[in-house]
Design a protein around this ligand. Structure first.
Ligand code: IVH
Length: 667
């Protein structure tokens, strides 16, 4: 096979597997196999740039951020639909239609779920993606081609028959974000202190219209098609055939679409989905009903804004207005203090709602909401209801203020600068104790084998463990009292707890659960101070002498040791004789001094931790990502993208054997 053939062969295979994965949702190969194939293609294309084409599967995110969007006209207007609310109005639509057609003329409907997203038109020339346009005002939209390319459900090249792909086609459909991706996105926004999206539709609209395609790519948008056009007009005789053709061309079509000849069955279908809407991974807000025959569609025609041959059966809104009685806070498993709205109970689509989430202080400010206001509340799927907006301000308003002390334990509540979330920083706060104990005992922290979720739950619930130091007071009698713990396991567990007393200071520091102090920072702190008491009493400036500790981290450490309960815990640790002192292991010199290493893939003999220890004890440093400053990338089996980065930057790549050799050279 020539290089060009090899490249085309890989592209074909990748397109096939992308279609299976992203469109049909039934992959045949593992992600690793897919990634390997993609990398192989990428390497070949980089070595032979003369063969690179924009429709290659490697070119989903090629574009650079742009300055703005170019306006482009649609091939024919993208109209909207008239609504039918309830069965009566749907039947009235059917009657009207019957009147417009010939006496006794047969007709059929195609019903499609009305996905709640934003519509977009995608044009193909000679079978290749050429242009993607937002709906805009219906006549003119914006060119978002580079962003659309990042959506995996949009083929860069049409599949199927030459006959269909030789001429130009336009697919119209809905860009959506599924609920999971939406929740994840909002969680990320929240963690970064960024604004939350009100619903998946807004999030999809935003992601489609960002100037940097890399952001669109990260949002996991999806695309479901419902029209197939040639020169602005339907390319097929019926809507049903169009949906079939769209599937053959490689597009996603909502699998719940159906064809009906009987209005009663159609009504039943609409009602069924009204009931079942929560079971879908996507938000839908109704059912779109279209006359199947294009010839009949043309005879029925259009009004100024909508076709006469189609209607949107709208589900009742799941938003209701009610009184927001007060804003209270809840302390979560990680100590996060989240405000929530106590509501006058209200029925929203069959469910009584008496509380709604408000996420954080910024969200409250954005909404401008206070206790006593009338608010609009929305319920979507099984997610916690949320406040959409203030409808009318109350006469006696009560502004929200984040409490200074935790309502559960009285501990100090802290909001670190630049963070959206406030936290109770008492590690032993009952609201977060289980989570604290699990973290303390975890692998790589204090390594207490056998300390799993159900055991921790029992220990905390029974009152045996009120703070992590209590673990060291547990007796055999205590433990055998617990459900499902035999004498043998109890003895073993006690032994494991006992041996955890030997863990060095960095592990203890990590185990405390200080915000922003993980394994790495804990090590740097121990290296720099060598004594827990010194760390606990150092001021911010002193703390910043430790490697990688900046203002945000030092502030967090200061506040942690300022908190009364945490100081008590340190005293308990002292009584338990946990090692407060630490002798920095790292050699100043060593054969790897001044070198930075990045690890990727699975090494043949060394675990990741062992490899890191080897490097560090020989004086080298570990970095998380490859840069020009990286001395070596150590690669094992199934390496990640770090390897590509290394070759792009010309960083040397070595294997485990070569690493050992370097590390063992004498000085
Ligand atoms: S047909 C001329 N089909 O709902 C017909 N629209 O108000 C125009 N939508 O703007 C649209 N799923 O954003 C059609 N299967 C579907 C749809 C659908 C969702 C959206 C679309 C459109 C709005 C109609």
């Amino acid at each position: 096979m020539s290089i060009a053939e090899k490249i085309e062969d890989l592209r074909e295979k990748l397109r096939h597997h992308e279609h299976l994965y992203y469109v049909l949702d039934s992959p045949e190969i593992s992600d690793t196999q897919y990634d390997a194939m993609m990398r192989e293609l990428d390497v070949l294309e980089k070595a032979h740039p003369e063969f690179l084409t924009p429709d290659s599967p490697t070119q989903r995110v090629g574009g650079k951020p742009r300055e703005g969007f170019v306006k482009v006209p649609h091939s024919s207007p993208m109209l909207s639909l008239d609504n039918a609310v309830g069965e009566e109005e749907l039947r009235a639509f059917d009657q009207r239609l019957r009147g417009l057609l010939k006496e006794g003329e047969a007709y059929a409907y195609v019903a499609e779920l009305k996905m709640d997203g934003v519509s977009m038109a995608v044009h193909y020339r000679h079978g290749k993606l050429a242009l993607a346009i937002t709906r805009g005002d219906g006549s003119i939209g914006e060119d978002v081609t580079e962003n659309a390319r990042t959506i995996r459900a949009i083929p860069l090249q049409l599949r199927g028959h030459i006959k269909e792909t030789s001429s130009d086609r336009e697919a119209r459909g809905e860009v959506v974000l599924n609920r999971k991706a939406f929740e994840k996105l909002n969680a990320e926004q929240e963690a970064q202190g960024a604004r939350l999206f009100a619903n998946p539709r807004n999030a999809a609209a935003g992601a489609l219209r960002v100037l940097d395609p890399a952001i669109t790519a990260s949002r996991q948008l999806d695309y479901f098609t419902y029209f197939l056009l040639a020169d602005g007009a339907p390319a097929h005789k019926t809507q049903w055939e169009a949906l079939e053709a769209l599937k053959r061309l490689g597009f996603k079509v909502n699998p719940h679409s159906r064809r009906f000849e009987d209005i009663d069955v159609l009504v039943a279908f609409c009602k069924e989905w009204e009931e079942k809407r929560d079971s879908l991974p996507f938000e839908i807000d109704g059912v779109v009903v279209k006359v199947d025959s294009v010839e009949q569609q043309n005879r029925l025609g259009w009004t100024a804004k909508a076709p006469r041959w189609a209607i949107a059966y709208k589900f009742p809104a799941r938003q209701e207005e009610t009184l927001l009685e007060s804003i209270d806070v809840n302390v979560g498993r990680t100590g996060a203090v989240t405000p929530w709205a106590r509501l006058k109970p209200v029925n929203i689509g069959g469910v009584t709602v008496s509380r709604a989430t408000l996420h954080n202080e910024d969200e409250i400010e954005r909404l401008g909401v206070q206790g006593g206001d009338r608010v609009l509340v929305e319920r979507a799927g099984d997610v916690i209801p949320k406040v959409v907006r203030v409808v009318r301000q109350g006469d006696h308003r009560m502004p929200f203020r984040m409490p200074k002390s935790c309502p559960v334990c009285g501990g100090e509540i802290v909001r670190v600068e630049g963070e959206a979330i406030s936290r109770c920083i008492n590690t032993n706060c009952p609201a977060r104790l289980k989570e604290s104990v699990l973290h303390f005992a975890a692998r790589g922290v204090m390594d207490i084998d056998g300390m799993g979720e159900s055991l921790v739950s029992q220990l905390v619930d029974s009152g045996l463990v009120k703070n992590v130091a209590d673990l060291y007071r547990l007796t055999l009698e205590d433990l055998v009292e617990l459900e499902r713990l035999g004498t043998k396991s109890a003895e073993k567990l006690l032994k494991n707890i006992e041996s955890s007393r030997q863990r060095p200071l960095p592990r203890i520091l990590n185990g405390l659960g200080i915000p922003f102090v993980g394994e790495r920072t804990a090590q740097f702190l121990a290296d720099a101070f060598g004594d827990l008491d010194k760390i606990a009493t150092a001021d911010e400036e002193e703390l910043q002498r430790a490697e990688e500790v900046g203002p945000k981290v030092s502030q967090s450490i200061r506040r942690f040791f300022h908190e009364k309960h945490n100081r008590e815990l340190i005293e308990r640790f002292r009584e338990e004789r946990l090692p407060f002192k630490y002798q920095a292991k790292r050699k100043v010199g060593g054969p790897l001094a001044g070198m930075t290493f990045v690890l990727t893939g699975t090494l043949p003999a060394l675990s990741r931790e062992e490899a890191e220890n080897l490097i560090e004890s020989a004086g080298g440093k570990i970095a998380g990502s490859v840069s020009k400053k990286t001395s070596y990338v150590v690669a094992g089996a199934d390496p990640g993208s770090k390897l590509d980065k290394a070759s792009a930057l010309g960083v040397k790549v070595i294997d485990e054997a070569a690493l050992r050799e370097l590390a063992e050279r004498s000085g």
